[in-house]
Design a protein around this ligand. Structure first.
Ligand SMILES: [Ca+2]
Ligand SMILES: [Ca+2]
Length: 485
C-alpha cells in the first residue's frame, strides 16, 4: 500500500530547495545528488574512509548485480535501488539481455524485486546492448521514478508486491505479480508519445518539484552521427507525477544536437523563481520556469570558435545549483576519449542568451568531464575524464589544487563529513580532505571499475563497481587499528 502524505511531502520539497539550512540532511539518499540542487554534499558522520574486500573490513554486505551497472544507487524507505542488466539472472525464467532496475533490502542486501525491460529492437542505435538501466531513480512518497532503457518514464511502488500482493496504481497489466516483480503505477513512453529517438541510451535521472517530474529525453542523432531524425521532439519534459501525463516540453536544441543528450536536470529556487536547469546536446545549458516550462535562459558552454568534435563538447554533467549560481562543466561520450573541457559558474538571474552576461567565471584547466560538482566550505570539487580532481574557489574559479587519480573518472566527487570520496576506472576509491590544501587520506580498491559515485545513507556508504553493490559501514569488530597504524 502506498502512503500518500501530500502535506509532509510539500515540506520536504521546500526544505530540499534550500529554504531550510542543510545542517540536518535527509538520512536517505532518495535521488541522484541527494537533493534537487544536485550538490553532492552530506554532513553524515561516522562513515569509514577505508575498507577491504578481502578481509571484509567495514564491508556490511555485498549484492550481485548484472555484468554492467551504470546507474547510481539511491536509498529510500529501507530499500537500495540500482540499475543494471540481466546477466545476474535474478529470475531464471527471464533470459537474455534486458534493462533491469533491482531493489535490495537496506539492512542486509537481500534481493527484493526487480523491474525488467525488454531491449528495443533497434539495438545499439537507441538501446545499447548490455548497458541495462542507466537512470538513477528518484523516490518520493514511496514511489520510484526512473527512465527505462526503452525511453519510458516509470513510476513504481517501492514495496512492489510485498504489500500483501496489492497491485497499486492505474497500471494493472503486470505479467507477473510475485514478490520479486515490480508493481508499476504508470509509465509514460516518450519514444511513442513524442517521437523521441534517444542516441544509444535513455539515461536521465528524474527530479521533482511539487507535482511535476522532470527528465531529459536523451533525444539525439541517429547512427549516421550526422542526422537528428526527430529535431522537433523534446530534449526535456515535465510529467504530472499523479497522472503520468505530459505537462510541458521543450525542443530548443532542434537539429543542432551534436550527438546524444545525457545530462540530468537539477531544480532550485533562485530569487522568486523555481528553475529547472539541464545540459543539452547542442552544448548549451538551459533553464526553464518549473511550473510552466517557459525558457528563462541559455548558456553556451563552448567557445564561439569551437568545432565539434575536436574542441566543441556536448554536456553530460548534471548542473549544480548553489547559493543562486549554477556550476557545470562540459565533455563528451567516454568513447570519444580525452580532450579540452570548460567549467563555468553561471548567474541564473539573467535572461535570454546569457553566455556573456551570465558568466561569473570560467575555469579552463579542466579536461572533458562527465562528472557533477560538489560544493563545500567555499570549494568546488570537480573531476574530469582524464583522471584529475580539481579543487577551485567557488567564488572566483581560481584553483586550490589538482589531484591525479591516474585513471579515467566517470563518477563524481562526493563530500561527506568534510572528506571527498571519488572512484575511478581502476576501481580505486580515494578519500581526500575536502580542504584548500591537498591531502589524500585513504584509498581502497573495489575489484573492478567504479563508474558510479559513492553515496551515503543512514550511516552506510554505497558503492557500485561494474557488477556489484557494496554497503560499507564502520564495523565495531573490524581490526581497524591492527598493526598500530
Ligand atoms: Ca503494491
Ligand atoms: Ca500496478
Amino acid at each position: 500500500m502506498l502512503r500518500r502524505l501530500p502535506v509532509l511531502a510539500g515540506i520536504v520539497a521546500i526544505s530540499s530547495l534550500g529554504l531550510v539550512a542543510r545542517s540536518d540532511p535527509p538520512k536517505d539518499w532518495p535521488m541522484w545528488g541527494g537533493t534537487p540542487d544536485r550538490n553532492l554534499v552530506s554532513s553524515m558522520k561516522g562513515l569509514p574512509t577505508s575498507w577491504d574486500l578481502k578481509s571484509k573490513k567495514n564491508i556490511k554486505w555485498v549484492a550481485e548485480l548484472g555484468s554492467q551497472a551504470y546507474g547510481n544507487p539511491v536509498v529510500s524507505n529501507g530499500v537500495v535501488l540500482v540499475g543494471t542488466n540481466n546477466e545476474a539472472m535474478k529470475d531464471p525464467a527471464v533470459k537474455g539481455d534486458k534493462g533491469v532496475l533491482m531493489a535490495f533490502r537496506e539492512s542486509d542486501g537481500q534481493f527484493l524485486w526487480q523491474s525488467v525491460h525488454d531491449k528495443l529492437s533497434a539495438g545499439r542505435a537507441n538501446d545499447w546492448p548490455f548497458q541495462g538501466v542507466c537512470s538513477s531513480p528518484l523516490v518520493e512518497d514511496g514511489i520510484v521514478y526512473y527512465v527505462s532503457n526503452r525511453g519510458e518514464l516509470m513510476a513504481l511502488d517501492i514495496q512492489g508486491f510485498r504489500d500483501n500482493g496489492e497491485n497499486d496504481g492505474p497500471f494493472k497489466e503486470e505479467k507477473q505479480t510475485r514478490e520479486t516483480d515490480a508493481d508499476i503505477l504508470w509509465k509514460y513512453d516518450f519514444m511513442e508519445e513524442l517521437g523521441v529517438l534517444q542516441h544509444n541510451m535513455a539515461n536521465s535521472s528524474p527530479v521533482a518539484f511539487e507535482n511535476l517530474i522532470y527528465i531529459s529525453t536523451s533525444n539525439g542523432q541517429d547512427e549516421s552521427h550526422v542526422n537528428v531524425p526527430s529535431p522537433k521532439s523534446p530534449a526535456i519534459i515535465a510529467v504530472d507525477k499523479t497522472t503520468g501525463k505530459l505537462v510541458w516540453e521543450d525542443a530548443s536544441p532542434g537539429d543542432k544536437i551534436l550527438h546524444g543528450q545525457w545530462s540530468s536536470p537539477a531544480v532550485g529556487r533562485i530569487g522568486d523563481t523555481v528553475q529547472v536547469v539541464v545540459g543539452q546536446g547542442d552544448g548549451y545549458v538551459r533553464s526553464y520556469e518549473a511550473k510552466t516550462g517557459k525558457k528563462l535562459w541559455e548558456f553556451d558552454l563552448n567557445p564561439k570558435d569551437s568545432v565539434w568534435p575536436k574542441t566543441r563538447n556536448e554536456v553530460i554533467s548534471t548542473p549544480v545549483i548553489y547559493e543562486n549560481l549554477v556550476y557545470i562543466a562540459n565533455g563528451q561520450d567516454p568513447e570519444h576519449g580525452e580532450g579540452v573541457g570548460h567549467l563555468y559558474a553561471i548567474d541564473p538571474t539573467k535572461r535570454g542568451d546569457i553566455t556573456q552576461t551570465g558568466r561569473i567565471w570560467h575555469y579552463g584547466d579542466i579536461r572533458r568531464s562527465i562528472s557533477t560538482g560538489a560544493i563545500y566550505n567555499g570549494i568546488l570539487f570537480y573531476s574530469d575524464f582524464s583522471g584529475f580532481l580539481h579543487a577551485v574557489d567557488v567564488k572566483t574559479g581560481k584553483p586550490f589544487w589538482k589531484h591525479d587519480m591516474f585513471a579515467a573518472i566517470w563518477g563524481s566527487p562526493m563530500v561527506i563529513d568534510g572528506k571527498v570520496y571519488l572512484g575511478d576506472e581502476d576501481g580505486d576509491v580515494t578519500v581526500l580532505n575536502a580542504d584548500r590544501t591537498l591531502k589524500v587520506i585513504d584509498e581502497s580498491n573495489m575489484g573492478s571499475s567504479v563508474y558510479s559515485t559513492p553515496v551515503p545513507a543512514n550511516g552506510a556508504l554505497y558503492i557500485v563497481n561494474r557488477n556489484q553493490l557494496f554497503a560499507i559501514a564502520a564495523s565495531p569488530t573490524a581490526p581497524a587499528a591492527a598493526g598500530g597504524k
